[in-house]
Design a protein around this ligand. Sequence first.
Ligand code: SAH
Length: 421
Amino acid sequence: MNVYDGWRIAAMLTHHGLTQTDNIPDADIIILNTCAVRAKATDKVFSALGRIRRAKKPTALFGIVGCVAREAGSDAFRRIPDLNFVLGPQSYHKLPQILENPDARLLNIDLGGLEKFDQLPQMEKSPRVAYIPIQEGCNHCCTYCIVPYTRGREISRSFESVMAETLHASKSGALEICFLGQNVNGYKYTDENGKTYRLSDLIRETAKMPEIMRIRFTSSYPTEMTDDLIEMFATEPKLLPFLNMPIQSGSQSVLTRMNRPYSLELYCDIVRKLKQARPDLQISSDFIVGFPGETDSDFEQTMKIAQQIKYINSYSFKYSPRPHTAAALMPDQIPENVKADRLARLDAYLNEVQRDFNTSCIDKTFECLLEGPDKTGNHLIYRTPFMQQCIVPATPDAPALAQIEITAANKASLRGKIVSK
Ligand code: SAH
């Protein structure tokens, strides 16, 4: 979602006649696009602003957009008095105002809902993988999560506006569509005639676009995985066989205190139905360890569910208390060293499964999408249908979509050779 916001901001400023640079001393305006999900990300923002302030031209404008801007609000100006703008994740389309009036401080952390989508200029050229947000905010209110505060209540974009953006992306270079939302599979839009559209409708309609070869979506809430969506994995070959469906914890009592009120049986049942629909489907998860009150036995249950589901790729985090959340006020906050030990054990296991899955891919052939050259320029990086990185020797006429035979694997990536277009 942050990558998407970054693209839209870049496109908007290009529209205003600016060009992009990575070199801070050259820049006339410097924008930090920020994430507030964990404290570490937030802390980094203010130290980065200090560095930017020292490196930039004296006349250059600088500021923050995104969730830290929303969380810090006017306090950001107190901490950095010469900061020029602070714009929340739903008001960054107002950024050009600072170009018109550079001497005034620009502060807007309103939750404007879907307003930005109507106001942002269209992107001229789409990246090969086009991210398309289909909703803003989240209604789940997990007790650890700051998102309902920073991005507000959940609103789904209209079917027409999502499809218009998707069609435009398909006509301007996109080969893969990734639908985005904090609760993406909860997408629900009812038009003026009373017809309701779900994520499955967006997928079905997108699959009809001849340019689009691959479709995926992220992130899914387990109990929003309705039968119409599960069915898509059986019927729609363009939908990739890979799904991020965070479980967060394997302990029923931790899940309850997280306000994620699904049973482990139900979660496993959904996984079973998904694999029935698409036998090669692989799943990834997010995990939080050291949630307030998590006992050793709770954590063992997380290890157990990880062993049962065998997620091929996961994100795992130490619980981080966030402002405006219920869990930050819960008793029994877990000491840092216990969190670190649990994370290390979980990560070691998740890495082992990932390496095993990668190894099981050797000698198989997958249709992969070109991401671009690696840092050296000697290799190209492709993505498999399971989002693994696959590295092949660079050739000048390498196709954007290629059949690649996997020749080697390690924990982080695969190596392969192009066998045909
Ligand atoms: N709705 C999104 C949430 C984005 S945050 C999603 O489901 O992916 C991404 C991940 O960050 C969450 O799934 C969760 O595992 C983690 N996370 C969120 N708040 C956290 C916190 N306070 N401490 C540690 N990890 C957190």
